[in-house]
Design a binder for this molecule. Structure first.
Ligand code: NAD
Length: 308
């Protein structure tokens, strides 16, 4: 069945996601503030809308893929998408945003008589292009069921995590595990170097022992043991450090709001914020190993390090 979709935010992720919807036979009305993003989407079959509200007014479903909660809330706000859309329109926000902002967006959509789902993704630009994203969704079961035919075009897996905001909650909890574990793995490699243990020897033991984790065996922060990891291509992303810093910042907000004792999550947010503002601005998040090595000067070879 052909659905008319308004797609707002046609950047690195939204552009290829919208193109996949077109390829699957859906009509996609697109909008972005940046002309080059919009024209690239039009070249892939997206119809140019004069404004986000104009796209929403003609759509069965409105998908947003925006940088942060403030962009979503301002587009949903007075005179925005919610007011322009026909009653009962399905709103799917795929952006990664604050859980509290996501819940506020749900409440506004429902108060305006619409159905609403938060559905942030993992899988990055490669997954967006290949249509292999994983969606983690929050909202009512009926909204999830209505969105599934669209999510299955843009991704390989969609998990309904619970009520409004549950998708965002799952995303930031997962990425807090990932950020902390990448720092732990990186610290272990730098410690091993200072003890005269080779990277390969640590890898061979830890990958077959209780230190095993994704940060070690898929995205290994040192070159050599895992040939496909970003460390082997001078830390070109991959998953860029600023995106990890953003997600850990969202997790830190939720940790503080909930009064949760999460010392490592908060510390990881600080370390990634610093790294992303410095040498890590255009690196994969595994590049944090170089900042740790540089900060350990005196115990390891500082020539291998890059300051944060
Ligand atoms: P991006 O900056 O490339 O794209 C966002 C787009 O939104 C931009 O083109 C921008 O012009 C547009 N935009 C902003 N305000 C707008 C408005 N008012 N109206 C219309 N368009 C507007 O970002 P991205 O990398 O595509 O990421 C989008 C979201 O996906 C973010 O929340 C990010 O955290 C999340 N995410 C990104 C990745 C990744 O690898 N890039 C992975 C997972 C999740």
């Amino acid at each position: 069945m052909t659905t008319t979709v308004a797609f707002v935010g046609l950047g690195h992720m939204g552009g290829p996601m919208a193109a996949n919807l077109v390829r699957a036979g859906h009509r996609v009305l697109g909008h972005d503030l940046v002309e080059s993003c919009l024209s690239a989407a039009v070249a892939n079959g997206v119809e140019r809308a004069g404004s986000a509200a104009e796209a929403a007014s003609a759509a069965d479903a409105v998908i947003t893929m925006l940088p942060a909660g403030r962009h979503v809330l301002s587009l949903y706000g007075p005179e925005g998408l919610l007011a322009a859309a026909r009653p009962g329109t399905l709103f799917v926000d795929c952006s990664t945003i604050d859980v509290a902002d996501s819940r506020a967006a749900h409440a506004a959509a429902e108060a305006a008589g619409h159905r609403s789902l938060d559905a942030p993704v993992s899988g990055g630009v490669v997954g967006a292009e290949a249509g292999t994203l994983t969606f983690m969704a929050g909202g009512e079961e009926a909204a999830f069921a209505a969105a599934e035919p669209l999510l299955s075009v843009m991704g390989r897996k969609a998990v309904h995590c619970g009520a409004a905001g549950a998708g965002q909650a799952a995303k930031i909890c997962n990425n807090m595990i990932l950020g902390v574990s990448m720092i732990a793995v990186s610290e272990a490699f730098v410690l091993a170097e200072s003890l005269g243990l080779s990277d390969q020897a640590l890898y061979d033991v830890a990958s077959a022992a209780s230190g095993q984790c994704w940060a070690l065996t898929v995205n290994c922060p040192v070159p050599g043991p895992v040939p496909a990891s970003p460390a082997n291509r001078d830390y070109r992303p991959g998953f860029a450090a600023p995106l990890m810093a953003k997600d850990l910042g969202l997790a830190a907000n939720a940790v503080r709001a909930g009064g949760v004792e999460a010392e490592l999550g908060l510390r990881a947010a600080e370390l990634y914020a610093r790294f992303a503002e410095g040498a890590g601005a255009d690196q994969d998040f595994s590049g944090i190993v170089r900042a740790i090595r540089a900060a350990s000067a005196g115990t390891t070879d500082p020539r291998k390090g890059v300051t944060a």
